[in-house]
Write a protein that binds this ligand. Structure first.
Ligand SMILES: [Zn+2]
Length: 305
């Protein structure tokens, strides 16, 4: 089995002083993979920028132009109280989408078995035409649409275990039956949008503050696995946020590295059964540097198998 690690140093250039979604997050993951030697078990790939044509697979042109025009030459620009752009943000955001596209293409061409995109800014809060929650473009959504353009893929599943609900991903795919979305998240909590929305292919697992391994694993086993089995996806995408970790102060759930290894292994087994092993995962949240690095490591161990 081969697992790709796709990243780019310019993903560190999206930065605002004292903002929790900071370059040190990505650096902590990469340093940890280096220090533990796990990096040697990964196929390292340098991300390329997604152009506007690729972004329009999901986002309307006027939204893409809004982000482009907001991009500051110096200082910073705010989209909302949480979401910013610095001079390096537009390129970082294009690289984050581009990494997910490359991951998808590499997995579909079987040049690797699966892939993890170590990128930022994250993407799962960005709706069709609204950026929010630290996110600029919806990275995973553009990748999912790219996969669906390939004749090998007619159905996909997205699983999202970030502490926050993926309102953006739900907004984009809520009418698309071929896309199953399974999301666990602290409830009630930010983003306070789409938290109660569900239908046959939008599956939600709200977890009360203080919930941990038992509650999370029960939802995955009793709710997600049957839904994925029934959906029979040709490819599985993971929005891998690690802010539900017990040490992460952004949320109040109590997962740990063992849970991230477990859920990844569980998804991998399902992908082997239904989807020729095809998995593309991308980084979403995770704000405690140590917990984030250890959790991403566990996730990669699961992908490598
Ligand atoms: Zn999050």
């Amino acid at each position: 089995m081969t697992t790709a690690l796709i990243t780019h140093p310019a993903c560190l250039d999206h930065e605002l002083p004292r903002h929790p979604e900071r370059p040190e997050r990505l650096q902590a993951i990469l340093d940890h993979l280096d220090n533990t030697g796990l990096i040697r078990d990964l196929t390292q790939v340098t991300a390329e920028e997604a152009d506007n044509q690729v972004l329009t697979r999901i986002h309307p042109v006027d939204f893409i132009e809004f982000i482009q025009e907001l991009s500051p030459v110096s200082g910073s620009a705010r989209i909302d109280p949480d979401t910013y752009m610095s001079p390096g943000s537009l390129r970082a955001a294009r690289l984050a989408v581009g990494a997910c596209i490359q991951a998808t293409e590499m997995v579909l061409s079987r040049s690797v078995d699966n892939a993890f995109c170590a990128v930022r800014p994250p993407g799962h809060h960005t709706e069709l035409r609204e950026a929010m929650g630290f996110c600029l473009f919806n990275n995973i959504a553009v990748a999912v649409q790219t996969a669906l353009l390939d004749k090998q893929v007619s159905r996909v599943a997205i699983v999202d275990f970030d502490v926050h609900h993926c309102n953006g991903t739900v907004d984009i795919f809520k009418q698309r039956e071929e896309v199953l979305v399974c999301s666990s998240f602290q409830y009630p909590f930010y983003p306070n949008r789409y938290l109660d929305y569900q239908n046959a292919h939008i599956i939600t697992s709200p977890l009360r503050a203080g919930s941990g391994s038992d509650e999370f694993r029960k939802e995955v086993e009793e709710v997600w696995l049957p839904a994925i089995e029934e959906h029979k996806p040709d490819m599985i995408f993971i929005s891998a946020g690690f802010d539900a970790h017990r040490d992460d102060l952004m949320g109040e759930l109590n997962l740990d590295e063992a849970d991230y290894l477990w859920v990844t292994t569980t998804i991998k087994n399902l992908a082997n059964e239904h989807a020729n092993g095809r998995i593309v995962s991308t980084l979403e949240g995770g704000y405690d540097l140590q917990a984030l690095a250890a959790s991403a490591h566990a996730h990669l161990e699961g992908l490598i198998g």
